[in-house]
Write a protein that binds this ligand. Structure first.
Ligand SMILES: NC(=O)C1=CN([C@@H]2O[C@H](COP(=O)(O)OP(=O)(O)OC[C@H]3O[C@@H](n4cnc5c(N)ncnc54)[C@H](OP(=O)(O)O)[C@@H]3O)[C@@H](O)[C@H]2O)C=CC1
Ligand SMILES: CCCCCCCCCCCCCCCC(=O)OCC(=O)COP(=O)(O)O
Length: 311
């Protein structure tokens, strides 16, 4: 009897896994939202993942508004995109650019007005810009914790809130945010970064529920390591630049590959997407299902990685 029951449970688990797989394949095959002529705003469009997002959304026929702090770098990306589209069968558009510093939230309202002036409305806002941090909490100035929060959390939410009323009025739009697996689990010596990404996850989860009634989806994307300049541009505990291309970043996923996954998530109007390899994915399960073991692993990682000054 027990053997029959055991066999039944096994078959049920197998059938459920099969159904889940089938569902995921069908979701992937759905044609999804068309992006031809859609107005897509990308923050941090000057480099890394943002630049690759610009490439794939431009190729899909979107009308882009690229944002960053450096007008020259944005112009360079625009030139590259324009050069690459000669001979394209699809109608493509020369992107607009808007220059502003996300860490200076007072300027975000002005930037949102400028963004809206480009094409009159926004179909997709991709909050991608961000900075990382390396440091021991004991040696980190509070001002650094605040600065990372300004760029990674307050800047993106200020821009979202400035653009949202026009989306609500049109009952149309899509908000996307690039978080990190560190928005779902905290790893040692990344306090400011992990905290800003946890806050991001929470805010956009609330937003999703609140604006669903207007037909505006919210997509949170949580990648693992991507091969970009993120670690080079990271700040340290005293506010200076870290300036090292970490091995983990250098051997991370190709940003173009991640950008294609972002495009897919926008087309499918996905709610929450984790783009991580087996180890971070396993760590995420442990954080939820066996937190005590996860915390032990993190303590041992912290001990191995750095010794506090007083030891
Ligand atoms: N690389 C990785 O391993 C991972 C990255 N991510 C996330 O991906 C996103 C993109 O980072 P990535 O491409 O890797 O890194 P990059 O350093 O290559 O790009 C960061 C972008 O953000 C912009 N930016 C930084 N600070 C500001 C600011 N104060 N105001 C306006 N723009 C700013 C930069 O533009 P400029 O300097 O020209 O202003 C740049 O275009 C980030 O949110 C990051 O947290 C998530 C998981 C893993
Ligand atoms: C019983 C077996 C247990 C195995 C569990 C393994 C636990 C290992 C922990 C793995 C941690 C992965 C961290 C991944 C971090 C990451 O991908 O971050 C992405 C970023 O945002 C990168 O930013 P950073 O500034 O940190 O480079």
């Amino acid at each position: 009897m027990e053997r029959i029951m055991g066999g039944g449970v096994f078959q049920m688990v197998l059938a459920s896994a099969g159904l889940l797989l089938l569902y995921r394949i069908l979701v992937r095959l759905r044609p999804g939202t068309a992006l031809q002529d859609a107005v897509v705003v990308i923050t941090g469009g000057s480099s890394g993942l943002g630049k690759e997002c610009a490439r794939v959304f431009h190729a899909a026929g979107a009308r882009l508004v690229l944002c960053g702090r450096d007008a020259g770098r944005l112009q360079q990306v625009i030139q590259e995109l324009t050069d690459s589209s000669t001979g394209s069968e699809r109608q493509t558009y020369t992107p607009c650019s808007v220059t502003f510093d996300l860490a200076d939230t007072d300027t975000v309202d002005r930037a949102a007005e400028e963004i809206l002036k480009c094409y009159g409305h926004v179909d997709v806002l991709i909050n991608n810009a961000g900075i990382s941090y390396r440091g021991n909490i004991l040696d980190t100035n509070l001002s650094v914790q605040r600065d990372v929060m300004e760029t990674n959390y307050f800047g993106p939410i200020a821009l979202t809130q400035a653009l949202l009323p026009s989306m609500v009025q049109r009952r149309s739009g899509h908000i996307v945010v690039i978080s990190s697996v560190q928005g779902k689990m905290a790893i040692p010596y990344r306090s400011a970064y992990a905290a800003s990404k946890h806050a991001t996850q929470a805010y956009f989860d609330c937003l999703r529920a609140e604006i669903e009634r207007y037909g505006i989806p919210v997509t949170v994307i949580s990648p693992g390591y991507i091969r970009t300049s993120l670690s080079l541009n990271a700040v340290t505990g005293d506010g200076s630049k870290y300036g090292v291309l970490d091995k983990t970043t250098a051997s991370g996923r190709d940003p173009l590959d991640v950008a294609r996954a972002v495009l897919r998530a926008v087309r499918q109007r996905s709610k929450d997407v984790v783009l991580a390899g087996p180890l971070p994915s396993l760590a995420l399960y442990l954080r939820t299902l066996w937190p005590a073991l996860f915390f032990k692993l993190m303590s041992s990682r912290a001990r191995k990685e750095q010794k506090p000054k007083d030891e």
